[in-house]
Design a protein around this ligand. Sequence first.
Ligand SMILES: Nc1ncnc2c1ncn2[C@@H]1O[C@H](COP(=O)(O)OP(=O)(O)OP(=O)(O)O)[C@@H](O)[C@H]1O
Length: 599
Amino acid sequence: MRFYVTVNLMDKFKRLLKIINYANPGKGLLTAIGLLSVLGATSSLLFPVMTQKLIDLASNSGQLPTEWIGILIAVLLGGSVASGYNFFLVGKVGNRMLVNIRAKILAKAIYLPVPYFDNTPSAEPASRAVNDTEIINGVVSQHFEPFISGLITLVASLVILWILDWQLTAVLFATLMIAFLITVPIAAKLTQLSKSVQKEEANFLSFITERFAQIRLIKAYNAEQETLAKSQQTLTNLYDLGLKEVRIGAIMAPIAGMTIISTLIIILVFGATRVSQGEITIGTLIAFILYLFNIVFPLIQFTYFFAELNKAAGAAERVEELLEETSEQSTNKGELCFKPGDITLQNVHFNFEPKVPLFKRLNMVFPKNKKIALVGASGAGKSTIFNLLLRFYQPGSGNIKIGDHSIFEFSLEDWRKHVALIAQDTPLLSGSIKDNLTLGLRQEISQRDLEKVIDAAELTEFIKTIPNGLEAPVGEKGVKLSGGQKQRIAIARAMLQDSPVLLCDEATSNLDATTEHKLQQAMNNLAVNRTTIVSAHRLSTVIDADLIYVLKGGNVIAEGTHEGLMKNSDYYQELVKHQFSALKTNNENPQQLEALVTP
Ligand SMILES: Nc1ncnc2c1ncn2[C@@H]1O[C@H](COP(=O)(O)OP(=O)(O)OP(=O)(O)O)[C@@H](O)[C@H]1O
C-alpha cells in the first residue's frame, strides 16, 4: 500500500509541476525562492544546536556567553527576514502563475471547435479558468514553499538528531512511523472525498450558470421552485460531503495533537533517563526537543500540503484536459489566397450523432454572386449547411469547394473573414450597440460609413430615440433590445463585414411586415456582387432567388426558380399553399400574398 501511495503522490506531484511549468512562473524567481527556503531552513536547523552550545557553555562556566546570544539572535533575525521575503516572492509567483494559466486557458478555450461546446456545459471553461486555477494557486502560494523548506528541515534534523544521539532518534522514528501508519488511510479517504466535493461543486456551478442564463424562461413557466428543488439535491450532497470532511478533520486534529504530546513525553522520559545516566548532556536533550519541533511541525504541514495537493492535482488534471483538447485551428494550412467562385458541396456526408447521418452524399452548387435560397420544413438541415459552410463542423466525407479549391485549404481566419453570417437567434454580446456592430472588424470604420449602414438597416430612427445612441448598452445577450432591433443590428453587422459570401439564416423572421419590406431592398442591395445564401420559412422573402433548393430530411428533393418549382415540385407547392393560407388567415402583407401566388 505504501508503494501505491508513493507512486500516486509522485503522479500528482508531476501533474501539478507540469501545470506550474506551463504557467511559466519564471526561473529566476523560483531560484530565489529555493535559495531563501534553504536559508530559512538553515536558520531553524542552527537554532537548536546553538541553543545546546549556549546551555552547555553556561552550565559549564556558570556565565552567560553573550557572544553566542548575539549570534543566536542574528541567526533568528536572518531566518525571519528570509522567510518574510520568501513569502512575498511566493505570493508573486502564485499571482503571476494565476494570470498566465488563466490567459492560456482562455486562449485555448476560445479556439476550441463548436462540437466541444455542443457537448460541454458552457460554465466548464469558466470553472476551469476561475476555480481550478485558484485551487492550484492556493497550493503553490500557501503550501509549496513550507513543504520544500519543511522537507529540508525534516531530513536535516533527522540526520543531526542521529548524530546527536542515535538511540533517542530511533525511538522518535518508531513513534512517528506508528503515527504515519495511522494517518495514511485517513488521508486516502480525505482524497476521495475532496474529489467528490470538486465534482459536485463543478455540477453546481454549471447548473446555476445555465439556470440564471435562462431566467426569463424559468420565471415565465413558474419554474423557480423546481429550480430550487433541483439545486437542493446538489447542495445536500455538498453538505454531506463537507460534513464527512469535517468529521475526518476532527479525527485528524486530535491524532496530530496526541502524536506531538506522546512523542514529546516519550522523548522526555527516555532522554531524562539518559541525562541522569550521564550519557547525554542537558543541552543535548534541549536541542533534541527543539529539533523535535523541526520534525513535527513540517509533518503537520505535510498533512495539509498533501490534502491540498490532492485537490490541486484534481484541478491540474481538469486544466490539463482542457489544454490538451484539439483546437479547431490545428487542421489549417493557410497558404492560399481567397478568390470568389461557385461554392459546391460534393458528396457531403455529415452526422451529429454517430450512425445517424443527416446528410448522405449531399451535392449542391451555390453559383458565384447569385442569391440562393434553402427552403424546407424545420429540421431539414438548412442551418447545418450554414454551419458546414462556416466550418463549425467538419463533413465526415466529401468536400466543400469554392472555385477549384477546397474551403479547408484556407486558414480558418481567412475563410471566415470572407463569410458573413446573420444567424437565426441573432446573438449579441454585452457592450454597446456600436461594439456589436463592429464586432471582429479589423479596419477602422468612418462615422459616415457607419451611419450609411445604420440607415440601410433601418436603425437610424431607433438609435436617435434612445439615450446614448450608438453607445447605449444592449445588455447581456442583447436583452435590452427587441427581437427586431437585434435582427437589424445583426444585419448591419453583416453589412459592415462586407464579405463576398453572405449567409442569412432566417435573417428577417423577427421583423414586422413593413420593416421587413423596407429592409428587403437593403438586403437585395447587400446581395449584389456577393454569393448570398438565404434560409427562410417566409417563402415570400426568397421567391426572387436565382436558385431555390428544397430540402427534406437532409436531402435536396427539388431545385430551381420559384416559377419552375411551382410547376415541378409538389412538395414546394405544398409549402407555398400552407403559407398562403396562413398569410390569408392572418390578413398579412398583401404584397407578400400577391408575390407568392403569382407564378
Ligand atoms: N448541435 C447539434 N447536435 C445534434 N443534433 C443537431 C445539432 N444541431 C442540429 N441538430 C439536428 O440536425 C437536424 C437539422 O437541424 P438544422 O438546425 O440544420 O435544421 P433547420 O432546417 O435549420 O431547421 P429550422 O428551420 O427549424 O431552423 C435536426 O434534426 C436537429 O435536431
